[in-house]
Write a protein that binds this ligand. Structure first.
Ligand code: GLV
Ligand code: MG
Length: 310
């Protein structure tokens, strides 16, 4: 795993097509927590091989700041995966934190990537384990195997839902991926969101929601973000700078939540260490060890998002 990037925030994860020099140049100016340069579905088949060198050049020559830097390669059922990985990881240098694998179907696919990465790291002098892995769950088979996928390698950093490909894989009668289906009584992805979240958390991974494709609908994006934010997701993909702002806001704790979480930690510490009590009143609510764990998550998330105690 990449020690640098494992715990960095990934509220907003920006997709940049790797074949477009214009978008690659613009990438660093957009304040996303994580940026992935895409070699997969936003790049036309005829441009895929040329895009590899463009992506390498963008990583090496532009200033991407502290953000998590990722490249999405093509899936193992194409002809491009090994070429993508060898050319990009072999030439991008230490600034590349991770490889994103799309349409992952099994733990074996992650293990294959792990082995290939180890050989490349040894050949080019990167520390072994430097490159982390993000795995996208976007097929029926991938969802069935999500637990083994999350546990397949210590390089795994995040598990990511891909709603557009998933809708296609499931043959859902929709033509726009990642939006609410008003005819369905409830949330048609509720099970999927929870299954991915549980598998990710059981393996200590960050858990990310995929794209919202109606770029101009920022209010609907806000509502949509709240669904996975409420369940506990760490962040969501962004396809446009305007989406990044909304996403960063929704996936950060508010200042009030952050301050309250700190106050709970302080009160619980006094209760357990000075007063030797496991459960005490905090205002009008009872707090105990479970409250400490919940509060710690808010504090960690807030610190990742740059909040300071007021
Ligand atoms: C993302 O890759 C998606 O298919 O939604
Ligand atoms: Mg996809």
């Amino acid at each position: 795993m990449s020690e640098r990037s494992r715990n960095l925030p990934r509220r907003s994860c920006l997709s940049v097509p790797g074949s477009s020099e214009r978008f690659l140049q613009k990438g660093p100016t957009i304040e996303a927590d994580m940026t992935f340069l895409d070699l997969e579905d936003s790049v036309a088949p005829l441009e895929k091989e040329a895009a590899r060198a463009k992506v390498v050049e963008a990583i090496r020559s532009l200033d991407w700041g502290e953000r998590v830097m990722c490249v999405r390669v093509n899936a193992w059922d194409t002809v491009w995966t090994y070429g993508d990985v060898i050319e990009v990881v072999g030439n991008a240098g230490e600034r590349l934190d991770e490889i994103m694998m799309p349409k992952v179907q099994s733990g074996a696919e992650v293990i294959a990537m792990d082995l290939l990465l180890t050989q490349i790291e040894k050949n080019v002098g990167l520390p072994v384990g430097h490159i982390g892995i993000e795995a996208q769950i976007e097929t029926a088979r991938g969802l069935i195997n999500v637990e083994e996928i999350c546990a397949a390698s210590s390089r795994m950093e995040t598990i990511v839902f891909g709603p557009a490909d998933f809708a296609a894989s499931m043959e859902m009668p929709v033509l726009t991926g990642g939006v609410q289906i008003s005819d369905y009584p409830g949330d048609h992805f509720h099970y999927v969101f929870n299954k991915i979240l549980m598998a990710g958390r059981a393996n200590g991974l960050q858990v990310i929601d995929g794209p919202y494709l109606k770029i101009k609908e920022l209010d609907n994006l806000r509502d949509y973000c709240m669904r996975t934010r409420t369940l506990g997701y760490d962040g969501k993909w962004a396809l446009h700078p305007d989406q990044v702002k909304v996403i960063n806001e929704i996936y950060s704790p508010t200042q009030e939540q952050f301050d309250k979480a700190w106050a709970i930690l302080d009160a619980y510490q006094v209760a357990t260490e000075t007063d030797r009590k496991g459960a005490v009143m905090f205002g009008d609510e009872m707090i105990d060890e479970a409250s400490r764990k919940m509060a710690l998550k808010f504090v960690t998330r807030g610190q990742r998002a740059g909040l300071k105690r007021s």
